[in-house]
Ligand binder design. Structure first.
Ligand code: GDP
Ligand code: IMO
Ligand code: MG
Length: 424
């Protein structure tokens, strides 16, 4: 068998959690391959709204095993206190979760360092979620990091203290007063104590070499879905660097983040919103800083699932979407939040940019470049979308996107609940 992939084609928050939950009944395993608690994946069913950060979005379906792969970074405090404790009343997490021994740990000092780095950048800050993502991945690459499997070894505390010391020296160099900084509303010391308690509990979960588990499962004909976090335009290689996250959010990340060979990649589901949003700093060519942007934000309830920050909103950007489809080898598109456009008389779509008089669909290298989007206005449908009778304006919108991208849209999501979908 091959492993299918579901990931975001924009700047994150496309609705990945919802669709993974919808597709999970077709899979034996759902596996996260990158990112960490910077992610916020929302699931809605039975009038419940659940936000997952590290745990794969397949956790609520019986029979499905959920794997946190080696490419993910884990904060024991968050996974335990902000995820497991909330959902264990709904499902037996422990029996359905497996964590890679090679997944790196986010230490309390990684979170301080994240804040110190952002503070140091001043007005050039990234707009990080401050979950310690950049510093934890930095330590992984610079070979200083600690992994989940290290929790089970006798010298963990010694290694922890050595790394903490290094971090505190780095924080001092950045002239950051960490004692005045709270982490999740706790002082550093209180957070560190809670972190160790959570780490102790995490040791009772299944921690193993998930690369064997994944490959053995594929070998024996099991179906696996890899769940992306963030979005293609936040990829550390191809996103709007440095306004990106610190992992490979694209299909290629599945290979290193789970330990599967490139030839084992199967279908690639690429998710995009019917418009665009971005949270944090960085270029956003089609951003609308006017009433239309505000209207998108309000009707789309565009406030961050992890940080509560308002998301910047704008029209759909087809050159960027085409770039994302190319990087990921998308085989099927899924359009999200079409219902958010129900009230718009005209919907604009960016088809190219004007750079100093030259029209092009290439993505600029320079993040300070401000290309002028070239819009094609389309007629809005101005009604509620019914699953059995799609308005012709929506059909036209879909056809235009499909033609531009040379790919089919297989599913249109028209509401946050797990049942609000139209299969095409
Ligand atoms: P993710 O990070 O990609 O999983 O997405 P988030 O959960 O951060 O953000 C998506 C938001 O849109 C969540 O609040 C979802 O409940 C909501 N949502 C998902 N699909 C739809 C949809 O089709 N229509 C509407 N109105 N909301 C949706
Ligand atoms: P999901 O999985 C949207 C953004 C942050 C910031 C940048 C770097 O829910 O789609 P980081 O904390 O990684 O150092 O932040 O990336 N960002 C996200 N934006 N959705 C996410 O995840 C994001 N994860 C990180 O806002 O601009
Ligand atoms: Mg999200």
């Amino acid at each position: 068998m091959k492993i299918d992939v579901l990931l975001g084609l924009q700047w994150g928050d496309e609705g990945k959690g919802k669709i993974v939950d919808v597709l999970t009944p077709q899979y034996d395993i759902v596996a996260r391959f990158q990112g960490g608690p910077n992610a916020g994946h929302t699931l809605m069913f039975d009038d419940k709204r659940i936000v997952l950060h590290t745990i794969p979005s397949g956790i609520f379906r019986e029979q499905t095993l959920n794997v946190i792969g080696n490419g993910v970074i884990i904060d024991p405090f968050i996974i335990l206190n902000r995820e497991i404790k909330q959902i264990e009343v709904l499902t037996d997490v422990k029996s359905k979760l497996c964590i890679s021994e090679k997944a790196h740990l986010i230490l309390p000092t990684h979170r301080l360092l994240d804040a110190a780095n952002e503070n140091f950048r001043g007005k050039n800050k990234i707009g990080s979620t401050l979950k310690g993502i950049g510093p934890a991945y930095t330590d992984k690459i610079s070979r200083n990091g600690l992994r989940t499997g290290d929790l089970l070894l006798p010298d963990f505390l010694k290694k922890y203290n050595a790394l903490k010391d290094l971090h505190l020296r780095q924080i001092e160099t950045l002239q950051f007063d960490y004692r005045a900084t709270q982490i999740d509303n706790l002082s550093f010391e209180a957070y560190e104590t809670a972190w160790f308690e959570a780490a102790e509990t995490l040791k009772s979960y299944k921690i193993c070499a998930t690369e064997y588990l994944i490959n053995d499962a594929l070998q024996s004909g099991k179906k696996i879905l890899a769940e992306g976090a963030q979005g293609t335009l936040l990829d550390v290689e191809f996103g709007s660097y440095p306004y990106v996250t610190s992992s490979n959010t694209i299909t290629a990340g599945v290979c290193v983040g789970l330990g599967v060979a490139p030839a084992k990649i199967g279908k690639v589901f690429g998710l995009f919103k019917a418009y665009c949003t971005r949270v944090g700093e960085g270029p956003f060519p089609t951003e609308l800083s006017d009433d239309t942007g505000k209207k998108l934000q309000l009707s789309g309830k565009e406030f961050g699932s992890t940080t509560g920050r308002p998301r910047r909103c704008g029209w759909l950007d087809l050159p960027l979407l085409k770039y994302a489809c190319m990087l990921n080898g998308v085989t099927e598109l899924i359009m999200m939040k079409a219902d958010v456009l129900n009230d718009f008389e005209t919907i604009s779509v960016c088809t190219a940019y004007d750079y100093n008089g030259t029209i092009s669909d290439a993505i600029p290298f320079d993040v300070s470049a401000q290309p002028i989007p070239q819009y094609r206005p389309m007629q809005g449908w101005q009604c509620e979308i019914k699953t059995n009778n799609m308005p012709s304006e929506l059909t036209d919108y879909i056809a235009f996107i499909e033609q531009y991208l040379g790919l089919k849209i297989g599913l249109v999501s028209v509401g946050a609940d797990r049942d609000q979908n139209i299969r095409l």
